[in-house]
Design a protein around this ligand. Structure first.
Ligand SMILES: O=C(O)CCC(=O)C(=O)O
Ligand SMILES: [Mn+2]
Length: 203
């Protein structure tokens, strides 16, 4: 089978060990990423997510919204979310991804980090409905933020990259089995960032 990524000369492979993480800087140019940021920050159904932590429920330190094909259900941290119908802006990005990478996508989890106080803690995208070797396309818009990743259980393996507006990050193969990732707080950042994680779920 032809490698999905062989045609993308500008893809930077960050790790091929225990799954693959690759990065495609400037996948969208600045006018496209600016247009999508404006549109999606205004029009998506942003809400806090309820997380179950050590038996207590807390509100996520970021806003999220969940879109996808009809009937798709996403279970996360003790709560089920029914996908909202595709927003035209998300549909447009999804079409560009499916035509360039020939990958199946049926949903997208969207995150809005209102400023540097918002974050997502260490986790892997390993919910059962994603399957064992999910391919996840993660597009960043708005403010630049750090993205850290480390081998599970090995805090000294931490690596850091910075994700800028228009950067596409692709996680695939065994990446979610062996690695975890986070977007740490960066208290000096006052500007918002949107991250879109396009996925294929079997549920
Ligand atoms: O904001 C990011 O870059 C990562 C978001 C993330 O890890 C997730 O939605 O699972
Ligand atoms: Mn994630």
């Amino acid at each position: 089978m032809e490698d999905l990524f062989s045609q993308h000369q500008q893809t930077i492979t960050l790790t091929k060990d225990k799954g693959e993480l690759s990065c495609y800087p400037d996948w969208l140019n600045s006018s496209e990423s600016g247009r999508f940021f404006q549109l999606l920050s205004k029009e998506l159904a942003w809400n806090t997510e309820t997380l179950l932590m050590a038996g207590k429920t807390i509100q996520s330190p970021r806003l999220v919204a969940w879109y996808g094909d009809e009937g798709k259900i996403y279970r996360y941290s003790g709560t089920s979310y029914k996908a909202l119908p595709w927003h035209p802006g998300l549909q447009e990005i999804k079409s560009k991804l499916t035509s360039e990478f020939n990958a199946p996508i049926n949903s997208v989890l969207t995150n809005l980090y209102r400023n540097g106080k918002d974050s997502v803690g260490w986790h892997a995208d390993s919910e059962r409905e994603l399957g064992k070797q999910p391919i996840i396309f993660s597009l960043s818009l708005g403010a630049s933020r750090y993205f850290d990743y480390r081998l599970k259980g090995k805090s000294n393996s931490k690596q850091r990259i910075e994700l800028h507006a228009g950067t596409l990050l692709i996680m695939r193969g065994d990446f979610q089995q062996f690695w975890e990732h986070q977007v740490p707080k960066q208290l000096k950042i006052t500007e918002p960032r949107i991250n879109l994680t396009f996925r294929f779920i079997n549920s």
